[in-house]
Design a protein around this ligand. Sequence first.
Ligand code: ZN
Ligand code: ZN
Length: 78
Amino acid sequence: MVHTCRNCKRTFSTELQYELHRDACWDDQLICTRCGERFAERGATEDGWHYRCPSDDCDADGIGEDLQPIADVLSVSR
Ligand SMILES: [Zn+2]
Ligand SMILES: [Zn+2]
């Protein structure tokens, strides 16, 4: 079975490889606390300053406000 990283679309032949990669890969991921959407930090900004949720029907914005680093969220819920 092949595991595909939902963040960067790389594929891994074992679950262990995938999980190791996922932890590192998702370090720069943000999660929208309003709609639950997960996305890359670079995908949520155009000028590197203002961040907003990329979902069309969600107007959440602001890192540390509506958008939280996913690593923080995961470590809290762990
Ligand atoms: Zn990845
Ligand atoms: Zn959102």
